[in-house]
Design a protein around this ligand. Structure first.
Ligand code: TLP
Length: 351
C-alpha cells in the first residue's frame, strides 16, 4: 500500500500522545530562555508564577513529569519509615516503580476506593493514635481525576470531607492532579478550590492539556524550596526549559476549556461501546476523558484484542485481565471517535 494513503491510526492509548499544535510550536520557538538552575529562565519563572496563582499556592515548581511531581511531594513531606495512605489503584502505588519506597523510604498503605475514590470514614478508620511500636502515618495521597477509576472525579464536597478527616488526624495531603483540569471542567470547580484540600498539588501539562512535556508541583514556599533540592538530586535540575514552559503556558491559556470536547467524545465512545455485544460498561460512569470497559464477554483475550484493534487502526491499552482503556484527547475529533467505534464493532463482531 502507498504509505501516503495509509489509513490514519486512531490513538486512544492515552492523552499523553498528543503532539504540540502549530500555535504551541510557535510559542515554544519564540520563548525567552535562560539557565533555570540559576533561576534565570524567565518563561519557566512565569509558568511557575501563573501555576501558583491558579492553584492559590505560595509557590510552584516546573518538573519533567507527573511521576517526579508525586515523588517530590512524598519525599518533601515524609521521613524515612513513615507510612502514607493511598488509594490502591493510584498512580504512585501502581506505576511509579516503587519510587516511594526507593526514594523516600516510606511504606504505602493501600486503601480500596470506589472507582478510585476514598471517603472520610476510610481515612478515620485507617488513621490511628501514635504508639512506639507503630510507624507514624504522615501523609495521604489522593488523585483527581482518578485514572484507574476510569477518570472518576472527586466533587469538591467529597474531597473536602476526605481532606478534613486526614488533617484532623495530623496527616498532610498531596493531591495528584495529573488531570486536575479535567475535574475542574467536569464539575465547574476552580482549581484553587480543589487545591485548598491539600498541602501539595501537582498537575500535568503533558496530558489533556496537550504540552509535549512537563508537570507542576505547587505548595507552600518552604515545601517548594525543598522540592528544588530533591528535583536536583533526581537529575531534574534543568537548564533552558523555557521552551517547554512556553508550551505549558500556551496549554493553560488555550486548552483548558476545550477539555469539555474530550469529555463529550469519551461519553459518545462509551455509549457506542455499550451497544457492542460482549462489551460491558455503563456510559453514565464516564465523567471525563477516560473510558475503561470490560471485554470478558467478547470472546477475545485482552492482549489479543489490543493487537487486533491495532491492526484495524485503533490503539488502546490493556487495563486489567479483561479490561481495556481508551482516552480521548486534543488530537481526536468526533469523526475519529465514530471511526474508532466502527472499527471496534468490526473486530468484536469477528470474534
Ligand atoms: N499516567 C499514564 C500512565 O503512566 C498510566 C497514563 O497514560 O495515564 N498521575 C496520574 C494520575 C497519571 O495518570 C500519570 C500518568 C501520572 C501521575 C504520571 O505522569 P508522567 O507520565 O508524566 O510521569
Amino acid at each position: 500500500m502507498n504509505a501516503s494513503i495509509a489509513p490514519h491510526v486512531i490513538d486512544l492509548r492515552s492523552d499523553t500522545v498528543t503532539k504540540p499544535t502549530a500555535g504551541m510550536r510557535r510559542a515554544m520557538a519564540a520563548a525567552e530562555v535562560g539557565d533555570d538552575v540559576f533561576g534565570e529562565d524567565p518563561t519557566v519563572n512565569r509558568l511557575q508564577a501563573v501555576a501558583a496563582e491558579l492553584l492559590g499556592k505560595e509557590a510552584a515548581l516546573f518538573v519533567p513529569s507527573g511521576t517526579m511531581a508525586n515523588q517530590l511531594a512524598i519525599r518533601c513531606q515524609t521521613e524515612l519509615g513513615d507510612e502514607v495512605l493511598i488509594e490502591r489503584g493510584s498512580h504512585p502505588f501502581n506505576y511509579e516503580v516503587a519510587g516511594a519506597a526507593a526514594i523516600s523510604g516510606v511504606q504505602l498503605i493501600p486503601l480500596d476506593g470506589r472507582r478510585g475514590l476514598l471517603d472520610a470514614a476510610q481515612i478515620a478508620a485507617a488513621a490511628r493514635p501514635p504508639a512506639a511500636y507503630l510507624a507514624p502515618i504522615t501523609l495521604l495521597c489522593l488523585e483527581n481525576t482518578h485514572n484507574r477509576g476510569g477518570g472518576s472525579v472527586y466533587t469538591l464536597e467529597r474531597l473536602t470531607a476526605v481532606s478534613e478527616a486526614a488533617r484532623r488526624r495530623g496527616l498532610r495531603v498531596h493531591l495528584d492532579g495529573a488531570r486536575l483540569f479535567n475535574a475542574c471542567v467536569a464539575t465547574g470547580t476552580p482549581a484553587a478550590d480543589f487545591a485548598r484540600c491539600a498541602e501539595s498539588v501537582s498537575f500535568c501539562l503533558s496530558k489533556g492539556l496537550g504540552a509535549p512535556v512537563g508537570s507542576v508541583l505547587a505548595g507552600p514556599r518552604q515545601l517548594i524550596a525543598r522540592a528544588v533540592r530533591f528535583r536536583r538530586m533526581l537529575g531534574g535540575g534543568w537548564r533552558q526549559a523555557g521552551m517547554l514552559a512556553a508550551a505549558g503556558l500556551y496549554a493553560l491559556e488555550h486548552h483548558v476549556e476545550r477539555l469539555a470536547e474530550d469529555h463529550a467524545n469519551a461519553r459518545r465512545l462509551a455509549e457506542g461501546l455499550a451497544t457492542i455485544e460482549g462489551v460491558l460498561l455503563d456510559p453514565a460512569t464516564v465523567e471525563t476523558n477516560i473510558v475503561v470497559f470490560d471485554i470478558a464477554g467478547a470472546g477475545l483475550e485482552v492482549n489479543t484484542a489490543v493487537a487486533r484493534l491495532a491492526e484495524a487502526g485503533v490503539r488502546l491499552v490493556p487495563f486489567g485481565p479483561t479490561l481495556l482503556r481508551a482516552v480521548t484527547h486534543l488530537d481526536l475529533r468526533r469523526g475519529d471517535i465514530e471511526r474508532a467505534l466502527h472499527l471496534m464493532r468490526q473486530v468484536f463482531r469477528a470474534s
